[in-house]
Design a protein around this ligand. Structure first.
Ligand code: ADP
Ligand code: MG
Length: 233
């Protein structure tokens, strides 16, 4: 489903260039539940943004469903994202002046789905994350865990093949973190590929394997059936 071959990416700001991804080769199969770990600044978010076609890269190859993702324009990128990928962020990224129902329905609004249909579907997805009764509440009236469940419902509503989650439990207490993680595991068990950036070992241990980044390269891949395998790069 996802195939990276010797991928490099630098950020250029003014006269400075920062080499962040330094030859990432990686395959993630459909239906996998994978975590990405590594110290702050090791390139985790950069890698996730490339995978989510939110950002480009300089050299190497990224194949998504056998399609080469390279130098594609924003229209095409948005089309692929809308059809394939759901995003979940540490800071939830909910719109503060919209209620739960409207937040969940938002991706369908951008897809031109009628109000009646998107509200019906949004209610269905709110129900799936156990928050149907909270449909009219604003984000400020919800707990962190509830906000993340709203964000997960919003990520799921366009029926993605992949969920990309950047430190989804980073702002939550440990009990709530495990509840959100359970939800991501259930989503994975329903056939969606889930990739989670985390620095929490108990979250990573609940994925099938952890890809360990260090200074922009894959340092190691840890399999959570206690088999360890050195990365080939
Ligand atoms: P992580 O998520 O592992 O903490 P990031 O991928 O966010 O790491 O960042 C890797 C490095 O790239 C850091 O040194 C960060 O400061 C830098 N960086 C991230 N995004 C940008 C950007 N848009 N422009 C310039 N530098 C960036
Ligand atoms: Mg990050």
């Amino acid at each position: 489903m996802i195939k990276l071959n010797k991928l490099h990416k630098s950020y250029v700001t003014g006269h400075n260039s920062l080499h962040v991804l330094k030859g990432i080769s990686l395959e993630i199969n459909e239906g996998e539940l994978v975590s990405i770990m590594g110290a702050s600044g090791s390139g985790k978010s950069t890698l996730l943004n490339v995978l989510g076609i939110l950002d480009g890269y300089d050299s190497g190859e990224y194949h998504l469903n056998s399609m080469l993702i390279r130098d594609i324009n924003e229209t095409k990128a948005a089309y692929l994202r809308n059809r394939m990928i759901g995003f979940v962020f540490q800071s939830f990224n909910l719109i503060s002046f919209k209620n739960s129902l409207e937040n969940v329905a938002l991706p369908l609004y951008y897809q031109g789905v009628s109000r009646r249909k998107r509200n019906m579907l949004a209610m269905e997805y709110l129900d799936k994350v156990g928050l149907k009764d909270w449909w009219s509440h604003l984000p400020s009236e919800l707990s962190g865990g509830q906000k993340q469940r709203i964000a997960i419902a919003r990520a799921l509503i366009s029926n993605p093949k992949i969920i990309l989650a950047d430190e989804p439990t980073g702002a939550l207490d440990s009990v709530t973190s495990l509840e959100v993680m359970d939800m991501l595991r259930t989503i994975n068990q329903n056939g969606i590929t889930v990739i989670i950036v985390t620095h929490e070992h108990d979250i990573a241990a609940r994925t099938q394997r952890s890809i360990i980044l260090k200074d922009g390269i894959i340092e190691n891949i840890v399999y959570h059936n206690h088999k360890y395998q050195k990365a080939v790069s």
